[in-house]
Ligand binder design. Structure first.
Ligand code: TA6
Length: 290
């Protein structure tokens, strides 16, 4: 049985928070299960991580979750939308920040016939203190319906880097073309996979790069469907596919999983988030099938 089905099945042992949202437990982690006429999804309270999102008429999830993802306290979950904050990658320790491995609170859940909106929040507390000494507030708003929109708002007295590290579900990586990334990028791999066509990315080996002048609309085409990613207040986009070897040797990915996912991560890395202690700074994205 697929991991998505196993997650959805925990609803039976969960308790309702609203008509379409149930809270349950998967592995060691509390999760929200969302089953609405527009689609289904789950969110982990550890990390405020959207785990997957499948719109009602699609069998392939738009937001992908690894079949081998680990659901353990303090361990990052492979897939969905990990929230990398207040630093990206190795700019601090732990890698990709601590927000994805600590517990968030539910601020609000609202729903109507168009979809479900969940707001989660995190403020400096005992669990975050070992990682970071400054005061902060972060909110993540996830709106799910016929589209999926995610916005991160944060405040504090420092500059942050961040990524909404989205794993998209695709039919076959070898057919994927991503457009709208712009021409300028920072290479993060040893062996560069030079784009054949300027501003357009396809995959024949590991790709890991930070595009710094991405357009507002990014298109991810896999030959079967087109996902449109609309950036909100962001022009940095990280693209990542681990390819065969790394996929095989990364326990929570597993052999061949690289064929079914591609990361296109709306982020604020080159253009850092310059925070204020009083006003929230927001960035995010919207995803739709077109
Ligand atoms: O965003 C791309 C990246 O930074 C890659 O370098 C790759 O390591 C990936 O994220 C996954 O990182 P993680 O810490 O989740 O294993």
């Amino acid at each position: 049985m697929s991991i998505i089905q196993r997650i959805l099945d925990t609803k039976a042992a969960g308790h309702p928070l609203s008509q379409s949202v149930y809270q349950s437990l998967f592995g060691e982690l509390p999760i929200l299960i969302i089953t609405h006429e527009t689609g289904s999804a789950a969110i982990s309270l550890q990390g405020a991580q959207l785990l997957f999102w499948r719109s009602a008429n699609q069998s392939t999830p738009v937001i992908w979750l690894s079949e081998n993802a680990l659901f353990k306290k303090g361990t990052a979950i492979r897939g969905g939308i990990p929230v990398c904050w207040p630093w990206f990658g190795k700019l601090g320790d732990p890698g990709h920040g601590f927000a994805r491995i600590v517990d968030w609170k539910i601020d609000s859940i609202n729903e109507n016939s168009h979809g479900v909106s969940v707001v989660l929040s995190l403020s400096n507390n005992q669990q975050t203190a070992p990682y970071f000494s400054k005061a902060f507030d972060v909110q993540l708003k996830i709106d799910l319906g016929h589209t999926c929109q995610v916005e991160l708002s944060c405040r504090g007295d420092f500059d942050a880097t961040s990524a909404l590290h989205t794993y998209f579900g695709i039919d076959d990586i070898e057919n994927v073309i991503i457009t709208g990334l712009g021409d300028h990028y920072e290479e993060r791999t040893q062996v560069e996979n030079k784009p054949k066509i300027s501003g357009q990315l396809n995959f024949s080996q590991e790709v890991d790069r930070i595009y710094t002048q991405a357009e507002t609309h990014i298109m991810i085409k896999d030959g079967k469907r087109t996902i449109r990613l609309t950036n909100i207040n962001a022009h940095d986009v990280v693209t990542w596919n681990p390819w065969a070897e790394k996929s095989k040797t990364t326990t929570d990915l597993g052999e061949n999983s690289y064929k079914k996912m591609v990361c296109a991560e709306t982020c604020r890395i080159n253009h850092t988030l310059k925070l204020s202690p009083s006003d929230y700074t927001t960035y995010g994205f919207k995803v739709e099938l077109i």
